[in-house]
Ligand binder design. Structure first.
Ligand code: FES
Length: 148
């Protein structure tokens, strides 16, 4: 019976597409980086380039990278303190052994909420002991993490 407003639906389409494209361009460079690294002798070998982010022809550096190998029961979180200084932390909670999550400069335990600093010290309990750490040597554009 009513025949007016027949073109009403066409007006939204093009305007909505632009809103969807913007967020996609902003995402992608700040997420956690996972690296599968080989073990040579007692060392895990990680390329320093794993920390690099090339953005507009400038090199920026990730604060940390999570390194894993199928032979290890837990991953290792490697923090970049400076170009010459790194810390490598076993991502196993010292409370009851849950795998930790990395958030910025902290490692957090999803089980009971313990938090650890990037040098492995306990920030918040119930964990009482620091994380296991590994010596790291920088040589030839690689990190050698000594698993002992
Ligand atoms: S196992 Fe990590 S806080 Fe309990």
């Amino acid at each position: 019976m009513y025949m007016n407003r027949k073109d009403f639906v066409r007006s939204c389409g093009a305007g909505c597409v632009g809103l969807l494209v913007g967020p996609l361009l902003l995402s992608g460079c700040s997420g956690t980086k996972y690296v599968t690294a080989p073990i040579e002798g007692s060392d895990m070998v990680v390329p320093l380039s794993s920390f690099e982010i090339i953005k507009n022809k400038e090199t920026q550096y990730r604060r940390y990278v999570i390194v894993q190998n199928d032979t290890l029961q837990f991953p290792i979180c490697v923090y970049r303190i400076s170009p010459e200084s790194y810390t490598a932390l076993w991502m196993k909670c010292t409370h009851q052994g849950t795998e930790l999550h990395a958030f910025g400069d902290r490692l957090q335990c999803p089980a009971h909420g313990s938090e650890f600093k990037k040098n492995g010290e306990v920030q918040n309990g119930p964990a009482a002991d620091p994380l296991r750490t590994f010596p790291v040597v920088v040589a030839d554009n690689t990190l050698k993490i000594n698993l002992r």
